[in-house]
Design a protein around this ligand. Sequence first.
Ligand code: PCA
Length: 162
Amino acid sequence: MADNLAKVFVYGTLKRGQPNHHWLSDTANGYQKFLGIAQTSKSFPLVVASRYNIPYLLDKEGSGNRVEGEVYEVDEQMLSRLDVLEDHPKYYTRRVEEVQLENDSTALKVWIYLFPKFKPELLGIEKPMLTSYNNNNLPENLKYVIRSERIEQNYFGDVMST
Ligand code: PCA
C-alpha cells in the first residue's frame, strides 16, 4: 500500500454493528483494516444527545470514563470520507489521542473525533456517561436517528454552544 496510512479510533456509530459502520466497510470510500478493540488512556464523557440521539465524546478530559472503541488502519481517502461524515472541523474535531489496545495493552496514538463546542447541559446529571456505545442496547427513546430519517437538519443548537 503506497498511500499514507493512519490509525483512527471510533467509539460511536462507526463501530461494527452500529448505524454508520457502512462508511468504513464500503471499499469505495478507501482502505480500512480492523486492528483491535481499545480504550482511551484518558477519561472523557461519552453521552448520547440532540433530538437525534447522536453519541458525542465531549472534549473534557478527566470527566467520564476511559471509553471503549475500535482502532482501524485507514488510508487518506477513507480518513477524508470520515471527516465529511463527522463534519470535521466544524462539528466534531479530529485530534490525536492515546489509546490502549485491549489484548496486549500497547499504547497507540490515534485519530479520534471529539466534540469540543458542547453546551454545558450535556454534562448534566441526567445524562449518563457511557463507557461503551451500543445503539442496539439503548432504550427506544435514545436510539440513533439516521440522516435520511431526520426531519429537521438544523439541530446543532441542541448540542453546540454558540
Ligand atoms: N461517529 C464517530 C464519532 C461519533 C460517531 O457517531 C465514531 O464512531 O467514532
